[in-house]
Design a protein around this ligand. Structure first.
Ligand code: DPP
Ligand code: ZN
Length: 891
């Protein structure tokens, strides 16, 4: 397969004014007639009309009314070239597609009997031949024709301008989108659907019709999505002065969907997972995710749709920015400072758990990649989450107002255009009269920078010197890195744990701020604080002010102190995580040593004899019982770093030892904190009607993390609590937590509980997904458990959510079972990648990435992983998607 390079970008030869499309919808053969008004682009070097098309039957092709014969154009490798076309050309194309055979879920496809489209990034070319690239923007008019009985609802982008009857029981609807858009934002939906709708008055005084479309029987699950949409509309006006520009905004839920959701202009198409919710079927996390994703797609209407990407290398221009916007939206919706902090911690956890490993592995790429084989492989945590951190750093450096000025200038300059990450950076710089030249390296250099901090306090002169040194490891294609522009937020705590007012040497005025943002731009820099009246404890990288690894030689006592006192909630949490990580790494080494010595003593006995000062237990107890802290924060503080997080800290990953160590620590904490946990469990029940608000959700989270610790003890009193909760719960959060506690314990009734759960929720696909995941990630689950579950009548690889629930759940969510010594986990993985490759390459390529970090494992595991990778590599008909991932992993 061919590699596409950013440096090869060339402007399109032809621009488009209007596109008219007619669809005769039929699941087995849909005819699409397209008429495109094109004109030569004066800014382009080439003169041919270049169209892309995949898996299409070309029925007819005409230029200015004249049919083209085989000699008039070239068609090779999915590219249709028409040489010698006039400067102004009306192009007519007729194609045939087969939606019911389309299992890739890109282009036009059928899900549960209804039609849907997915065109980002390059799915439009599976509908018609077209200059399918984001810098070609046009106005669309779309005519849909279909059987009225089977497809009573016909939707496309923009406004409904006409509808009516046709002979033979068919009907039609004509849609007109008033805005220019790239083809990846095209959408249509046709089928038997129902909607919840509401008319809202916009800030501009106009009215807009909001609709949430679902399958019949799901209207009791749309209220939260509708509320989230209305909140999103209000928030964007308040925070960024951006109002809805349409008369009609639709969200449609579909059960078969590769991604989370898609921001098609005026017609967002969503994975049901991010729409459907009520207390019975959705957890607190689901409710929060729905709010975030509804917000995300809605915010794309400005950041993505009104201003779009020049080419796919610029994907983070819209995704990083829009993730940042949805993160801020969710934080503002919680409203409290502690709620904001909890949201921040959650987001950083995702970044470090998923993006840091990506940045250190074979698929590492800059936020703005330089090349790709298959663009679908670059919808990554780097482009999204690290991209959002990069946007957040502008705000940290420029302040909220400065950031807003940059956004205003960005829209003033680029509304209606397809632009680059450099254009965004220029708007930020120009609006604030700042030089952000060096900041560009956040876009061009891959890898996670490391910042090493060291401090020297001089009592006599009352100065503190903080030295920061940055480096960045080599990544594929990038051996040497230049220094980044890194905002490092710093605070100093006095002996009583209070923030000290800060003053940098040479700064004018009295010290008053207690957090300063230092700008680290050189490889090594020293910052001198004056008037520091006593030796402080340092709180560095407050709020996680940059996506870096901070190294600083904290003592255990300092970490416990920060955990008790830091006014910055992020660093307060972080101190506990550092303490826990240290302990977990020590335990892991001890497990390995015990195993090697071959002693027949139980590992637990060895671990019990390891000396430690109890600092972690004491600090966790204090946090757990601190009623002044938000329950949601306490839950985060109590949650140990995941096995994946620990793995990333090790030179050589030993999943089994990590698992034993972490389980041991959970059990000993449960034993030592038993009474405190029971008290927290009882104190944080949420009686009465369920509400997904952050306060109630936080209480449930604390209660349920207490339950999960307690269940480690396998004592009858606790298991009885779980069994009671399983029966009495009035919401899915509590229900699932109880079931999970039972399944992960030695409870006798766990099989029954699982069965009861299944029967009760058999009709709710999203809940059955949870049922599969719970079992795939359960302690004691192994490859055979998962193979057996894959034979369950409710399992199918064809539905991405279901495939993810079981297969990804196991391969990514149960590391010690997946990395079993005999390599059976890897054989299973290879089989599934190969099976998925045949039906859905995009999902297959995601699964293929589960072995990304294979070179970090013990030699014995490495060898087995290499064989599995090679097995996939040598299987026939490998898609571009999977091939790129496997080739990079093996290289
Ligand atoms: N639909 C995906 C998202 O919103 C890709 N644009 O991020
Ligand atoms: Zn997005």
């Amino acid at each position: 397969p061919q590699t596409i390079y950013r440096k090869d970008y060339a402007a399109p030869n032809y621009l488009i004014d209007t596109v008219e499309m007619g669809f005769d919808l039929d699941p087995s053969a849909t005819r699409v007639a397209t008429r495109i008004a094109m004109r030569r682009n004066p800014a382009a070097a080439g003169r041919d009309i270049v169209l892309f098309g995949e898996e299409l039957e070309l029925v007819a092709l005409r230029v200015n009314g004249k049919a083209l014969g085989r000699g008039d154009y070239r068609l090779a490798g999915g590219v249709l070239t028409i040489p010698g076309a006039p400067a102004k050309a009306e192009l007519e194309i007729e194609t045939l597609t087969h939606p019911d055979k389309n299992t890739s879920l890109m282009g036009l496809y059928v899900s549960n009997g209804n039609f849907f489209t997915q065109c980002e990034a390059e799915g439009f070319r599976k509908i018609t031949y077209f200059p399918d690239r984001p810098d070609v923007m046009a106005k669309y008019t779309v005519m849909l024709r279909a059987d009225r009985a089977k497809y009573p609802v016909l939707l496309s982008n923009g406004n409904l301008v006409e509808e009516g009857e046709l002979p033979d029981g068919r009907h039609y609807a004509k849609w007109e989108d008033p805005f220019k858009k790239p083809s990846y934002l095209f959408a249509l939906v046709a089928g038997n659907l129902v909607c919840q709708e509401e008319t809202v008055r916009l800030k501009s005084g106009r009215d807009a019709l909001l609709q949430v479309w679902v399958e019949d029987g799901n209207l009791d699950k749309t209220q939260h999505a509708m509320d989230s949409l209305k909140n999103s509309i209000d928030w964007d006006v308040k925070r960024f002065g951006l109002d809805l520009d349409l008369d009609r905004f639709m969200i449609v839920a579909v059960g078969d969907f590769n991604m989370g959701a898609m921001e098609n202009k005026g017609l967002n198409i969503f994975n049901t997972k991010y729409v459907l919710a009520n207390p019975r079927i959705a957890t607190d996390v689901d409710f929060a995710n729905i709010e975030a994703v509804v917000g995300h797609e809605y915010f794309h209407n400005w950041t993505g749709n009104r201003v779009t990407c020049r080419d796919w290398f610029q994907l983070s221009l819209k995704e990083g920015l829009t993730v940042f916007r949805d993160q801020e939206f969710s934080a503002d919706m919680i409203g409290t400072d502690s709620g904001r902090a909890v949201k921040r911690i959650d987001d950083v956890r995702v970044l470090r758990q998923a993006q840091f490993p990506e940045d250190a592995g074979p698929m590492a790429h800059p936020v703005r990649p330089d090349s790709y084989v298959e663009i679908n492989n670059f919808y990554t945590v780097t482009v999204y989450e690290k991209g959002a951190e990069v946007v957040r750093m502008y705000q940290t450096l420029l302040g909220r107002e400065g950031f807003r000025k940059g956004m205003d200038l960005y829209f003033a300059r680029h509304d209606g255009q397809a632009v680059t990450c450099d254009d965004f950076r220029a708007a930020m710089a120009d609006a604030n009269k700042r030089d952000l030249g060096q900041f560009e390296r956040w876009y061009s250099q891959s890898g996670t920078p490391e910042v090493d901090a060291s401090a020297r306090y001089d009592a006599k002169s009352q100065t503190l010197e903080l030295t920061l040194e940055q480096s960045c490891p080599a990544t594929p294609g990038q051996k040497k890195k230049q220094p980044f522009h890194i905002p490092v937020a710093v605070g100093l705590l006095d002996a009583r744990g209070r923030d000290m007012p800060l003053r940098l040497d040479g700064a004018k005025g009295a010290a008053k701020d207690t957090t300063l943002v230092l700008e680290l731009t050189k490889a090594r820099q020293t910052f001198r604080f004056t008037g520091v009246s006593e030796k402080p404890v340092l709180s560095i990288l407050r709020g996680f002010s940059a996506p870096v690894v901070l190294k600083y030689d904290y003592s255990d006592a300092e970490l416990a102190f920060l955990m008790a006192h830091d006014s910055d909630p992020f660093n307060r949490w972080e101190a506990g995580q550092r303490l826990a990580t240290r302990r977990l790494l020590n335990l892991t080494v001890a497990v390995q040593a015990a195993r090697q010595s071959g002693h027949v003593v139980a590992v637990d006995t060895v671990l019990n004899n390891i000396e430690h000062d109890g600092a972690l237990t004491a600090a966790l107890r204090a946090t757990l019982n601190d009623q002044s802290l938000d329950p949601a924060f306490r839950e985060l503080a109590l949650t140990l770093p995941s096995e994946t997080m620990i793995a990333e800290q090790m030179e050589v990953i030993d999943p089994h030892a990590i698992h034993v160590a972490r389980q041991f620590l959970r059990r000993s904490l449960a034993r030592e904190l038993r009474e405190d946990l029971l008290a927290a469990y009882r104190a944080n029940r949420t009686p009465g009607d369920y509400s997904p608000d952050a306060g109630s959700a936080g209480r449930r989270a604390l209660k349920n993390v207490a339950l999960s610790y307690l269940a480690e003890l396998d004592d009858p009193e606790v298991l009885e609590l779980a069994a009671q909760q399983d029966v009495a719960a009035n919401n899915m959060t509590d229900r699932l937590a109880a079931l999970s506690a039972l399944v992960n314990s030695a409870a006798a009734g766990k099989g029954e509980a699982l069965q009861r759960f299944y029967e009760e929720f058999e009709a709710e696909a999203l809940v059955i997904d949870k049922w599969f995941t719970l079992q795939a990630t359960a302690r004691g689950a192994d490859v055979n458990t998962v193979r057996t579950l894959a034979e369950h009548p409710a399992f199918t690889l064809k539905n991405p959510n279901r495939a993810r629930s079981l297969i990804f759940g196991f391969c990514n969510g149960n590391p010690s079972a997946f990395h079993v010594a005999d390599g059976n986990g890897y054989s299973f993985w290879a089989e599934q990648v190969i099976a998925l490759n045949a039906s859905n390459p995009q999902v297959a390529a995601r699964l293929a990435r589960s072995l990304d970090r294979w070179r970090k494992y013990t030699p014995a595991l490495q060898e087995k992983m290499r064989l599995a990778l090679q097995q996939v590599a040598s299987s026939p008909k490998l898609s571009r998607d999977v091939s790129e991932v496997i080739t990079k992993a093996l290289s």
